[in-house]
Design a protein around this ligand. Structure first.
Ligand code: GRF
Length: 229
């Protein structure tokens, strides 16, 4: 039986789209059954609906506090019979009760090679630090932001002349390939959260660390660089 996945977003939803498309491929062990945004104007909501996915907003303005917001979120996940939750640009810290309830079943993608550069402005931080490699990480979500057990990472080069937009685009392209690979492992039960670590059955064969050489063409990067988050 395919795992039922709900994606939480706040904006553009390009990772969401990548996940929806990947899960529609033959033999993928999960399906996206809903998309929830924390803002009614999140562009990804329209994109999800256009792809035939049930999409709705659950916003802080409609709820008294964070606890009430996360309770509404949890109720919706239960209604959708979610097995797995994917955060994809969800710009809100979840309450400890919520992260505890979904521990081991909730994953996030972060645009840096964690534990470097937690939080916002990761591409600026990587450039300021003079990094030659940057990338993205899929990890289990715990109460501490961007600190949960690491499932998969992809590295991309930092090239001469990069600015934040070009670097972000190169990382985003890697995100779109990494997230579906990581979700597949979670859906298959090949990686689990155990004692605060990601425990693997065996080493995944299908490239969980994408090497710099596998970055897509510069034309693709130019296109992605024009996408606003
Ligand atoms: C991505 O860079 C993701 O890593 C970060 O937020 C951004 C969301 O972009 N958490 P999108 O909405 O998936 O296009």
């Amino acid at each position: 039986m395919n795992k039922r996945v709900v994606i939480l977003i706040s904006g553009r939803g390009s990772n969401m789209t990548a996940l929806i498309e990947a899960t529609r491929e033959r033999d993928y062990p999960a399906e996206i059954v809903g998309v929830i945004a924390d803002r009614a104007d999140a562009r990804g909501l329209n994109a999800a609906a256009a792809l035939g996915i049930e999409a709705k907003a659950i916003t802080p303005t409609d709820h008294a506090d964070k606890v009430a917001l996360d309770a509404a979120l949890d109720a919706e996940l239960t209604r959708l019979k979610a097995d797995i939750v994917c955060l994809a640009g969800y710009m809100r810290l979840l309450t400890p009760a919520f992260t505890e309830k979904w521990a081991g079943k909730m994953v996030n993608i972060h645009p840096s090679l964690l534990p470097l550069f937690k939080g916002l402005d990761t591409h600026r931080k990587a450039l300021d630090a003079g990094m030659r490699l940057h990338g993205c990480t899929v990890h289990f979500v715990t109460a501490e932001m961007d600190a949960g057990p690491i499932i998969a990472q992809a590295a991309v080069p930092v090239l001469p002349g990069d600015d934040e937009d070009r670097l972000a685009a190169r990382v985003l392209s890697a995100e779109h390939r990494l997230y579906p690979l990581a979700l597949k492992l979670v859906a298959q039960g090949k990686v689990r959260m155990e004692a605060g670590r990601a425990a693997f059955d065996d080493l995944p064969a299908d490239g969980m660390l994408l090497s710099p050489g596998s970055a897509t063409s510069e034309t693709d990067i130019e296109q992605l660089a024009r996408m606003t988050p």
